[in-house]
Design a protein around this ligand. Sequence first.
Ligand SMILES: [Fe+2]
Ligand SMILES: [Fe+2]
Length: 325
Amino acid sequence: MSEVVSVSSTSVEIFDGTVYREDGLLPRTEYERRGMVFTTGPTIGERLARICTTNDVHFGETECGKFGGGPAQFWSLPGERPYPTVMNESVVMDIAHMEPDLVVVRGDLTNAGEPEEYDEFFRMYHGAFGDRLCHVRGNHDGYTGREFANTPVQVVDAPGIRIVLLDTAREHQSFGCVSDDQIDTTVAAARAASTPTIVMGHHPLDVPGADLPADGVCVDDAERFARALASVRSIVAYSAGHTHRCKRYEYAGLPLIETAAVKDFPGAFGRYDIGTSGISYSVHRASSSEAVVWAERTRAMFDGFYGTYAYGHLHDRSLTLPLER
Ligand SMILES: [Fe+2]
Ligand SMILES: [Fe+2]
């Protein structure tokens, strides 16, 4: 079985039991690799920066796959290392190999908000990326009531792009919120930038068309926030995690993007290549052999539904954004 994981203007990733990556391809060109035929995306011009994103890394989790009120169905087997460690270690190595300018981790850093879980996250990611790391909490980090990684708005620039990262989590709740202050600060930051802006947070927005399988940013906040984002043409996307699926859709012309989890199938991370004429988004998989074993085992989660759900379609994992909408 071969699958095209993602295809950008100049690269492809194919999974056929191992993760195959190739760079240096020509834009808008048909290729055949590993038995798969695909066409590369439109050119983004000269690459100015590369930003990698992860989410739902869940350090400290020991079991998953609870279905219909039943018990967990997946856990690391005797002799195996904890699966969050395995998956994150691979993703950190894969991302480091891609030499990003910035790495953004968007919540569910931990399983239960425990300090030692956060320490493990921070040691691994900050150890690898240092000042290039930018991170924020998710509902798993906040709902036990401990407060960390909860800066309301972070604004970070890389060549050709501004990233605005929001804390959408609140203590003791699983759904997300965005305050008026956060909305105003985001819009002002985007308007002040001389580059396009991508806005990020843990929770996706519960707007018409999102069809969320879990609580997102609550309806009232989400509609107000989405309208504000859509009104600024230099904001080219809102990008989130939390649902553990790869999915993309639009609200009033604004692309909304969700990237699947690191911690189980497919072991995903996102990559934004910022160019002089466009932005290429592609999803990639944890490539270590240990990570592939765990990811492929958990593809069967939720009575086999998880594989299709989490992976999405190729157009959910590969897209080109304009520099202005
Ligand atoms: Fe999560
Ligand atoms: Fe979450």
